[in-house]
Design a protein around this ligand. Structure first.
Ligand code: UD1
Length: 327
């Protein structure tokens, strides 16, 4: 496979939201397979530090998804686009639906225009399990009618429809990956809108009491970031007839409620205290669990890292950051 290192045979990937925790994990994986990375990020929730040891090896451009000329520049000469840029928060979208819509929907349409005109081979989109909303049936299958609750979920679902539309109308190959609660190293724990695992792990490592919003019986199909990375690489690689214009769940295929999750984290972090309970969050989904049969059949996806192993790796990473901060 020496031939892969011939520059002319290297593929170029554009990763939007490259400074986020999923985008930066994708960048590392693309570099590791010997391909080139161009990345854009407006650094609103992403952080340059997430790219620290690879920044010199990627073509990083600080740009917003609403900057259409910047997207046209970014798409030039690109083979694959991995579109992760978003304001990734249900509660934030409830507070400010216009901002959510601009970043999560308008940004997507801008990108699709640029990708179409640059004739990129394929666009893989970070869609969201929130599209299913509170449909009572579990597990959630891609053929189920979506039932989004929050403005975030609506924007993510509308973006999926745009992806499919650009395939049908213009032949641009698009693949939607419905992520189920991705977690892992570099996920930002510091905002009130942070994902629950990043928050709980860092709080418990510092000996602070976490708060479960609601009764803790809500459950999620929490998915370690390396599984999502693998799904993206597969989505670029498999033949178009299997994936183009389609939607796939990306998850672990098991759900844990927050009370159980807290107990597992207690064991893994050594946190001795109890959990606090607060009011349920507006727009929250009660249960989430993925059916993975379509992803397995057409993408060849199976989750490699289970929930507990993912938690172990994530906790190790946050611990290593504490050591760096103390040094
Ligand atoms: C939703 C999507 C997910 C998407 C994410 C983007 C669903 C099922 N999932 O995640 O795919 O990536 O949006 O933000 O729609 N919680 C606490 N205490 C806290 C923080 C949160 O108890 O301090 C609870 C929340 O109320 C919720 C659960 O933890 O019930 C998970 O919350 P969060 O991590 O924010 O993700 P979702 O909103 O489920």
């Amino acid at each position: 496979m020496l031939i892969r290192y011939d520059e002319t045979l290297m593929a170029t990937y554009l990763i939007t939201g490259v400074a986020g925790f999923i985008g930066s994990a994708l960048a590392r994986a693309v570099l590791a397979q010997g391909d080139q990375v161009r990345g854009i990020d407006n650094l609103s929730t992403g952080r340059r530090e997430n790219l620290v040891e690879i920044l010199a090896r990627i073509d990083f451009q600080e740009a917003d998804m609403l900057d259409l000329p910047a997207l046209y520049d970014a798409c030039r000469g690109v083979d694959y686009v991995l579109h992760q840029a978003a304001i990734p928060s249900v509660p934030k979208s409830v507070l400010d639906p216009l901002a959510s819509n601009r970043a999560n929907l308008d940004g997507t349409v801008n990108l699709l225009m640029a990708a179409r005109d640059a004739k990129v081979k394929r666009v893989v989109y970070a869609a969201s399990s929130s599209a299913y909303g509170d449909t009572p049936t579990l597990p959630k299958h891609e053929d189920m009618a979506p039932n989004p609750i929050s403005p975030y979920a609506v924007a993510k679902l509308a973006s999926e429809h745009y992806m499919i539309s650009f395939y049908r109308c213009y032949g641009l190959q698009t693949v939607c990956l419905r992520y189920f609660n991705i977690f892992g190293p570099r996920q930002d724990p510091g905002s009130p809108y942070s994902g629950v695992l990043a928050k709980f792990i860092t709080q418990m490592l510092k000996g602070e009491q976490p708060t479960i919003l609601g009764d803790g019986k809500q459950s999620r199909d929490f998915t370690y970031v390396d599984n999502a990375v693998e799904a993206n690489l597969l989505a670029c690689r498999v033949p178009a007839m299997e994936v183009a214009g389609r939607v796939f769940n990306v998850a672990t295929g098991r759900r844990f409620d927050l009370n159980e999750t807290f107990q597992i984290l207690k064991k893994l972090t050594g946190y001795p205290g109890k959990v606090n309970y607060g009011p349920e969050r507006a727009g929250d989904v009660k249960h989430s669990l993925a059916d993975l049969s379509r992803a397995t059949r057409h993408l060849g996806y199976t989750p490699k890292v289970d929930f507990e192993e993912g938690l172990r790796r994530t906790i190790d990473w946050y611990r290593s950051q504490e050591r760096v901060a103390r040094a």
